[in-house]
Design a binder for this molecule. Sequence first.
Ligand code: AP5
Ligand code: MG
Length: 218
Amino acid sequence: MIPGVRLVILGRQGSGKGTQCVRLSRHFVVPHISTGDMLRAAVREGTPLGKSAKAVTDAGGLVNDEIMIGLVRERLSAEDAHERGFILDGFPRTVTQALALDEIGGDRGVELAIDLEVPREVVLSRLLARRVCRDCGANYQATGRDPRPWICDNCGGDVVQRDDDTTEAINNRLDLYETQTQPLIEYYGRSSRMVAVGGTGTPDEVFDRLTRAVETTR
Ligand code: AP5
Ligand code: MG
């Protein structure tokens, strides 16, 4: 068997994908590949991709498939992903992306897709309260009694609200999830690579469910 894991984490925006992928990546010692993080880095650096993606991501839309597939193709060809595997967070998001990913992966492609299930009303309140460190990306939940300025415990960076965490952009993202991304549950189900994991409860409880789901399918 090829060592490492090759996972896709599906789930609504705000289901805790990013939070859990960071932990899974440490646990299984494989790279965490977040297309959202890649796009935010491009925006920060002011690259041509960042300039063209900014308006789309801020409005909660989807960046076009061809661009996203190109980005992921390049990232997966790096030695770490090729040798150890990957945990994909936020990709694929459309059936076109999933088909391309299977073509890119070949016999080292996705072995398991996990749907992190959290109801829409729960993710809505998590996202409105989310704050992120501008520098290291650490996630926090605002309580309404937070220090200003809010300084990251990990790295001392500024903790802010994401530009796409407005009510309007969140609703757009959630609508697109239902029409574009939910069909992937059926896509991976057809090849028996799909498992659902409950995403409510504490982050530790969710992490235990996720690692168990991966280990029992190996
Ligand atoms: P992306 O960065 O992927 O954003 P997203 O899909 O909207 O997902 P989120 O990051 O909002 O949610 P998450 O599930 O990671 O939740 P988190 O762990 O932060 O993409 C951004 C944009 O880029 C997209 O909208 C699109 O425009 C573009 N894009 C990216 N990939 C693309 C692609 N493939 N194709 C086209 N366009 C693409 O958790 C949320 C909050 O909840 C946090 O505050 C966290 O602390 C808290 N939390 C986590 N777990 C728990 C728990 N168990 N209990 C309570 N609170 C919790
Ligand atoms: Mg995320």
